[in-house]
Ligand binder design. Structure first.
Ligand code: ZN
Length: 74
């Protein structure tokens, strides 16, 4: 039996101090073959937002809401 290593990607929220990732749960080990695949998966039905170069998880707090809606005052 051969053993090989493989590079995989997970989606990670870009909001400072958030730490949310998608695809790292060992009970649901879903990884992606490219950064684009990870981004597309969480954006399409995962509730994440892609804003420019940032990936924003669906958390509902001030930092996330302001990142999703620039200029929003809370
Ligand atoms: Zn987040």
């Amino acid at each position: 039996m051969a053993v090989q290593s493989k590079l995989v990607y997970i989606a990670a929220c870009d909001i400072p101090d958030c730490g949310t990732v998608h695809g790292e749960d060992p009970d649901w080990a879903y990884h992606f073959d490219s950064p684009e695949a990870a981004t597309a998966w969480v954006e399409d039905g995962g509730g994440w937002t892609v804003d420019g170069g940032r990936l924003i998880c669906p958390a509902a707090d001030r930092a996330h809401d302001q990142a999703r809606i620039p200029g929003l005052r809370l």
